[in-house]
Design a protein. Structure first.
Length: 168
């Protein structure tokens, strides 16, 4: 199972990196629109919260313990939250920068906001996929571990006679 531990560490590092990128890009946008109403910035606040939770959980679960595999329900929930954040950002772009997955003409500079938003959307999608793969790995590990554990543990009795009662 060392392969599962190594894969888990790689996935947690990717989760951490992708969440940090999305948190940074979304944070820049929130800082630039500081005076706007929180209602109009709701999708970005949600994305920032999901990124923050992802950073916290990825750091805590980065350590390679077998207990990190039992958190697969949380991994799955965070994956769903990332897919929602991805959908909210794609909906907000609404084709303003062209097709979301069309990367023609993307350059790295400070003045190209379409490049920043496409990177933000792409890393949100990648984060959702990585959290989902981490949940699937956790399900695999837990099912394999419990199946092996069940076959080696003897069945416990449900009724135990007290020592002070005689059968006379």
């Amino acid at each position: 199972m060392i392969l599962a531990d190594i894969l888990s560490i790689i996935l947690r590092l990717a989760e951490l990196a992708f969440a940090a990128i999305v948190a940074g890009l979304t944070g820049v946008y929130l800082a630039a629109n500081k005076g706007a109403s929180s209602w109009s910035l709701g999708r970005f606040i949600y994305t920032e919260i999901v990124a923050g939770l992802s950073i916290i959980f990825a750091i805590v679960w980065l350590f390679p313990f077998s207990g990190s595999f039992i958190h697969w329900p949380t991994d799955f929930i965070i994956s769903v939250m990332w897919f929602v954040a991805f959908g909210l950002m794609v909906d907000w772009l609404n084709g303003a920068c062209g097709n979301v997955f069309n990367w023609d003409g993307i350059t790295i500079n400070d003045n190209n906001t379409c490049s920043q938003w496409k990177a933000n959307v792409a890393f949100a999608f990648l984060s959702a996929i990585v959290w989902l793969v981490s949940a699937i790995l956790g399900i695999y590990w837990v099912r394999r571990h419990t199946r092996t554990h069940r076959s080696t543990v003897p069945v416990a009795t449900t009724h135990r006679r007290r020592w002070y009662r005689s059968r006379v």
